[in-house]
Design a protein around this ligand. Structure first.
Ligand code: AHM
Ligand code: MG
Length: 339
């Protein structure tokens, strides 16, 4: 017999049994998210066919405007999550303000933050894209969530995960008890446990960064990337370069193969003085996941999860990866500081 047969609902249920005080609300939230993931998968899979099948253009068969895929993903998650009674508000990359739970639905004690379709500039080239999410407990009094609830430090996350729409769809999550990955079996419409307790290798041999920004990085980052390209058989250098340009794809590969992913601050680029990626629904969830898998997540100066957020859509530098690789990067930063 090979691996045991477990779907995502069963897995989270069994995880919750480890905690006698658990109310089962996580199960419901993860179940609702996996439901949204299946709907988004369906539409991502037919993206290239829409013109051929006559589904795109002005209107669909119901006479509704066909939304762009990222707007569709945003609406799908909102509609799957707003009536379950477990959330007090949501926050999305696609919405400037926090998203209230409609009056007609019950409110709960959790806050969901998400990037509905990350890497969406890659859609037209049929390249892997993803959804990222992060869950917190409400800290404000009252029933409706507030901005305070949606801008807590990453250390307060109670769950985080991502869905990868790749050659297969994967759902990867943590509730602080390891990182677990599920693969969608299309024929039965279920996410099955395929990657139990994912551990990132201690050290990798791949670096992943948009190197065209080289001139905009700080000196330690430039020196570190040059270091990755030097020859040294003892440390398996030169490293290979892999960069998809979809955070979910680059981060997932880094988690599975090890190595390092960087989106540093662009110090001389006024467009991205603080980096590009967003703290609340990109950096924090991956920070939680990488730490849970035995890796690290930093800005180069600070642990990602310790950042006290200033705003919902705050951008931060993000460096994630294998422990040995991220520590080596931090050494370059520290040497520059003490020089
Ligand atoms: P998006 O939220 O507009 O899709 O941008 C986020 C994406 C990430 O998926 C990816 O890591 C990064 O932007 C790539 O940026 P760049 O094209 O500057 O390398
Ligand atoms: Mg994004």
């Amino acid at each position: 017999m090979s691996a045991k047969l477990v779907n995502i609902e069963r897995h989270i249920f069994e995880q919750q049994r480890l905690y006698p005080e658990a109310t089962g609300e996580f199960s419901a939230i993860i179940r609702d998210l996996s439901f949204a993931a299946k709907i988004i998968t369906r539409d991502v899979r037919k993206a290239g066919l829409q013109n051929v099948l006559g589904l795109a253009g002005q209107t669909n068969v119901q006479g509704e405007q066909v939304a762009k895929l990222d707007i569709f993903a945003n609406d799908t998650i909102r509609k799957a999550m707003d009536h379950g009674g477990h959330l007090c508000c949501m926050g999305s990359e696609e919405n400037a303000d926090i998203i209230p739970i409609p009056d007609k639905y019950p409110k709960g004690k959790y806050v969901l933050l998400f990037d509905p379709l990350d890497g969406s500039s890659n859609i037209d080239a049929n390249v892997t894209i993803g959804t990222i999410f992060s869950l917190y407990r409400r800290v404000s009094g009252g029933t409706n969530g507030t901005l305070e609830d949606a801008t807590q430090p990453g250390t307060e996350q109670v769950a985080a995960g991502y869905i990868l729409y790749g050659s297969s769809t994967m759902f990867v999550y943590t509730t602080g008890n390891g990182v677990h990955g599920f693969t969608l079996a299309p024929s039965i419409g279920e996410f099955l446990l395929t990657h139990e307790n994912i551990r990132i290798p201690e050290k990798g041999k791949i670096y992943s960064v948009n190197e065209s920004n080289f001139i905009y990085w700080d000196d330690p980052t430039r020196r570190y990337v040059a270091y990755c390209k030097q020859t040294d058989p003892d440390t398996e250098r030169p490293y290979s370069l892999r960069y998809v340009g979809s955070l979910v794809a680059d981060a997932h590969r880094t988690l599975v193969y090890g190595g390092i992913f960087l989106y540093p601050a662009d110090t001389r680029d006024p467009r991205k003085p603080k980096g590009k990626l967003r703290l609340m629904y990109e950096a924090n969830p991956f920070g939680f996941i990488f730490e849970q898998a035995g890796g690290m997540a930093t800005t180069g100066k600070q642990r990602i999860l310790d950042i006290v957020p200033q705003e919902l859509h705050q951008r931060v530098p993000l460096i994630i990866g294998s422990k040995t690789d991220v520590e080596r990067y931090l050494q370059f930063q520290q040497e520059a500081e003490s020089a």
